[in-house]
Design a protein around this ligand. Sequence first.
Ligand code: MGD
Ligand code: MGD
Ligand code: MO
Length: 782
Amino acid sequence: MRPVTVPHTSHWGSFEAQVVHDAVVGLIPDEHDPEPTPVLRGVADALEADVRVRRPAVRESWLAGAVDGGERRPERRGGEPFVEVSWERALDLVAGELQRVREQHGNAAIFGGSYGWSSAGRFHHAKTQLHRFLTCFGGFTDQISNYSFGAAAAILPHVLGTASAASGELTSWDVLAEHTELFVLFGGIPLKNAQVESGGLSRHSTRGWLKTLKTRGTRFVAVTPQRDDAPEFLGAEWIAPRPNTDTAIMLGLAHTLFAEGLYDEDFLQRYCTGWDRFRRYLTGEDDGVAKTAAWAGAIADVDPAVIRSLAREMAVHRTMISVSWSLQRADHGEQPYWAAIALAALLGQIGLPGGGFGFAYGATGTKGNARYPFPAPVLPVGTNPVTGAIPAARIVDMLVSPGADYEFNGETRTYPDTRLVYWAGGNPFHHHQDLNRLIRAWQRPETVVVHEAFWTATARHADIVLPATTTLERHDIGAASHDGRIVAMKQAVPPRGEARNDVDIFTGLAERLGIAAEYTQGRDEMDWIRHLYETTRASAAEHGYHLPEFERFWADGSVEVPTGSHVLLGAFRDDPEANRLVTPSGRIELFSETIDAFGYDDCPGHPAWLEPSEWLGGASAERFGLHLLSNQPSARLHSQLDMAAASRDTKIAGREPCRLNPADAAARGIRDGDVVRIYNDRGSCLAGAVLSDALRRGVIHLPTGAWYQPAAPSGRGEPHALEIHGNPNVLTRDAGTSRLGQGAAAQTALVEVERYAQPAPEVSVTSEPPNLTEDGAGVETR
Ligand SMILES: Nc1nc2c(c(=O)[nH]1)N[C@H]1C(S)=C(S)[C@@H](COP(=O)(O)OP(=O)(O)OC[C@H]3O[C@@H](n4cnc5c(=O)[nH]c(N)nc54)[C@H](O)[C@@H]3O)O[C@H]1N2
Ligand SMILES: Nc1nc2c(c(=O)[nH]1)N[C@H]1C(S)=C(S)[C@@H](COP(=O)(O)OP(=O)(O)OC[C@H]3O[C@@H](n4cnc5c(=O)[nH]c(N)nc54)[C@H](O)[C@@H]3O)O[C@H]1N2
Ligand SMILES: [Mo]
């Protein structure tokens, strides 16, 4: 039988699903995609995975508590069987609990931030659906910003007037290809990251653009502890600093430009404010320490001559400075971004084609594409009446310190008293730092509700788990504002098991809570998709873009939206008066009176080198001698698709591979392929060793995303159990980047590693559901 083909898109790319008798038999990448990713195939694997959540399930003690008012035993989360119940029963329980918590504690006690990437479709975007539902219910405590670039999102508005340079407003590839002579990549430009885009990706074009730049003669310098952060064909010069010391290098470069008269005084006077103050710091007039190349080299463990010669090269060439997001996911992560802007300001090329700075080329598949000038389709959420949103990465602080004050970007705020946690479309047991701390904090709320398609660690640590559909089981619309295509995502197959769309789950709850009319606005799935598309079509028309009407779009399967060309801060450079920045001075702030007035020692009024809490040059390196790089995984998206073949094939003895420099391995008696134990005072995990000279000495590389599996279930009161699969977040530190940004600082962590000589327990978390029992007469109430 010939397969029916169905257009669709995903975080990994656009494709056609080939369907025979309600089974997906193939995924054909979009014909326009020059370089589809092998990870894409996992979308079909996931559909049929053994670890799918098939029926609504309630943790045993929680259910018993709901029936007879007994103890719900929140400390048993993660270690108790689940009872599978009917949808009717599950929805009654959730609706009843939402009402109880609202009545007894108010809406702020409902934590619905639900951070996470969800799936690509803009209508069935789980987190957005939850926000819309909870807003209709009277509000919830939300999360501000994100784990990706929380520090940058806080600092950049002070410096540039907007955070958009952090989220990917960059000088576009076509401009770089024509003008950039020297491309300096702090954190590299790892092509593994360009495989994905939130909202969908119709063309993987980053490698193609880099090849074009290379062919046209651009020179590349990669500043990173891992050589392969820059693809080999770039022939990049590799500068391998100690992790978290990039700010010092940038200051050393800036000092060299200043000392050798290679800087652009005119640019600094005309387009910036605060040069005088920053210069006093740079030269040591303030603190007696000149931030010379020699000073920087000693901190970063890089030859000062290399820093000096790079500064000279940068001054005489059209130079683009790229800084990866990873650099600011570290202690004092605000500083490398501010320092990079200051360095670019000394060079005086900001706003010139191909020069200046750009945050995170390659971080996702569309970075470096211009964006279309109207918003991509997005589900409206309304206005949340609860205003006390927390910085995204401060969730554990919130759970453990209800009522406590904390500082954030110049404000003193207060943590709410969380009673109910509701998650849909995210995986905190993947994304949060110091998971052992999270596990203790997770015992505090009275109820945890999770919508998931899979038995992730977060689902396993919930009280009520509601089975969600995956993207192939529903109609949707996919779009990303820097991707040149809006995609009709058609349903390929019916839902597996009893899975329901998040929107249908919320509609069921909304009906019970009397808010269905407001939540649904009388629209069904196709009505909404049409509405989102037509809204976009109308705003496109205001910008002179003529998109076809809905029927035509849906029948065609997608529509092209040209994205054009862009020079970051080009308009500002052309006319700084007419295009004043939205900073207090209207210019780029190298010294910020505002930040200075906050009085934060962890984020002073100008870019500065501040010693990280843990780093190879610090005292703690005596006990834990390796800096952990827990970067994004190449064969999945975070924890998504860890059960699929592409990710499974990378594992060593079923565990996540961790890479070590051969000399570091030899010093510890570790050989390639060994199972190792990585540890520090916060936790420990097993992983499979891979020796590689692509790493500088003193660093160890364990990507994120291996599903958390403790040797002893957390519900048995052992928050410090050995993690056996290779999840780096049992090792990372849970502290904000600074009081300004309060961002995630996962890249600041020291560890040690040893060969694991004992027999290692088998990893089952991605292949076996937890212990499930039938809803028996004993606990049934209706
Ligand atoms: N150590 C360390 N930790 C990190 C980072 C790091 O660099 N180092 N990076 C951080 C960053 S930048 C990020 S963005 C986070 C990512 O963290 P997350 O975004 O939380 O990670 P995902 O694995 O993408 O989680 C998405 C979850 O949503 C589920 N899902 C997908 N579609 C649907 C749907 O339609 N409905 C429902 N109900 N669920 C759905 C998926 O099954 C998956 O479990 O991790 C952060 N954590
Ligand atoms: N395949 C895949 N792609 C992804 C994701 C995924 O999960 N899988 N996640 C997406 C998301 S949500 C995000 S936010 C982006 C993240 O984009 P990034 O934050 O840029 O990605 P990372 O892979 O964490 O880090 C890039 C490199 O920075 C280097 N690095 C780490 N610390 C330092 C340091 O202190 N100094 C220097 N110079 N280099 C350092 C590491 O060697 C690392 O390989 O990736 C996106 N792309
Ligand atoms: Mo991210």
